[in-house]
Design a protein around this ligand. Structure first.
Ligand code: SF4
Length: 331
């Protein structure tokens, strides 16, 4: 029976190649992918796994994942991405899975020096040590630049059939993909598929962490939708930019809201949903109502009426459109 390896698989070029390299050495592959609430492109990994002919197990984050985001031991990357801690989290889960499926080791498509915030030699060592996979974590694309792993020493893997890629260039990786028979359209473009790496998303995360110490999953879900305006230290307003975002804002307002909030909707004109979060009082409700009027595309004759709803209570307010106050900050 062939030896088995668990491969951390994103559906990107690097992890596709890692699987092909191991398949060529006769390994049986169990691919695992992680879905966090900040990741997208999940379908891409399913399609790519099917193309490679490997089983794919999908893991979702649990509550402890948000602790990583709140207080990463190894810091953030260029955005709000705690990549080293996140990789440790994923490899720890992959290690458990390795035992469940009787695999000999875990592998990934990491390339030495490819990402400055998570793939330096020190980062790769940290990830291996803190995920408690010492000697059992193989990076086939850079293995010949790293210390030999247990599967190499045990003869499960031939080291001279592994690679010595390093750095950011994809040229050699694309050449190898062609050697393995991938066509250009099957080679994914580089992307982390993770909102935490986006420079426009990071300020929202840091604003939440700064102003709301008791933050919960609901708060992070809200970060992904709409335009965010910080009104004051306690209060934020979230404005839908599209019909789907308005629906999501209404849903979040009515389902397990983590803190006091009021939902404002246009009554006699077409406009966005606005969620007022934090300090709900006459003044902030009026300001949020004015934002509903401010972000409408339609000219309206006569008074603009906005409904406000908080904890099952609903009332109507007359508003006029205003620009957000100078003190307010769009995130
Ligand atoms: S890019 Fe996102 S999902 Fe990937 S390791 Fe970094 S934080 Fe985790």
């Amino acid at each position: 029976m062939s030896a088995r390896a668990v491969v951390l698989f994103s559906g990107g070029l690097d992890s596709m190649l890692a699987i092909r390299i191991l398949q060529r050495q006769g390994l049986d592959i169990e691919a695992v992918t992680f879905r966090t609430q900040f990741s997208c492109c999940g379908d891409a990994s399913c399609v790519a796994a099917a193309r490679l002919g490997v089983r794919l197990t999908v893991f979702s984050q649990d509550e402890s994942y948000l602790d990583i985001l709140r207080r990463p031991q190894f810091g953030y990357g260029r955005g709000a991405n705690p990549c080293v801690d996140c990789r440790i989290y994923m490899f720890k889960r992959a290690k458990l899975f390795m035992k469940e499926v009787s695999a000999s080791f875990v592998a990934s498509g990491e390339v030495l020096g490819q990402r400055p915030n998570s793939q330096t030699r020190r980062d790769l060592e940290r990830i291996e040590i803190h995920s408690e996979l010492e000697g059992r974590l193989l990076r086939p694309l850079s293995a010949r630049l790293l210390a030999p792993t247990a599967p190499e020493r045990e003869g499960i893997i031939q080291r001279d059939e592994l690679y010595d890629f390093s750095g950011r260039s994809r040229k050699g990786l694309i050449r190898l993909a062609h050697e393995y028979g991938f066509r250009d359209e099957q080679i994914p473009s580089p992307s982390t598929g993770c909102m935490l790496t986006e420079k426009t998303f990071a300020p929202r995360v840091f604003d939440l962490l700064e102003h709301t110490s008791e933050n919960r999953d609901w708060d992070f879900q809200l970060l992904k939708v709409g335009r965010h305006i910080r009104h004051d230290a306690l209060t934020k307003m979230v404005i839908g930019r599209r019909a789907q975002e308005n629906v999501t804002i209404e849903y979040l307002a009515r389902h397990e809201a983590a803190r006091p909030c009021a939902l404002l909707l246009p009554e006699n004109f077409a406009g966005p949903a606005v969620l007022l979060v934090g300090n709900v009082n006459d003044h902030t409700v009026q300001s949020a109502g004015q934002l509903v009027a401010r972000y409408t595309n339609h000219a309206q004759q006569g008074p603009l009426i906005v409904s406000a709803e908080q904890a099952g209570r609903r009332w109507l307010c007359e508003v006029r459109a205003i620009e957000p106050a100078l003190s307010a900050m769009t995130l």
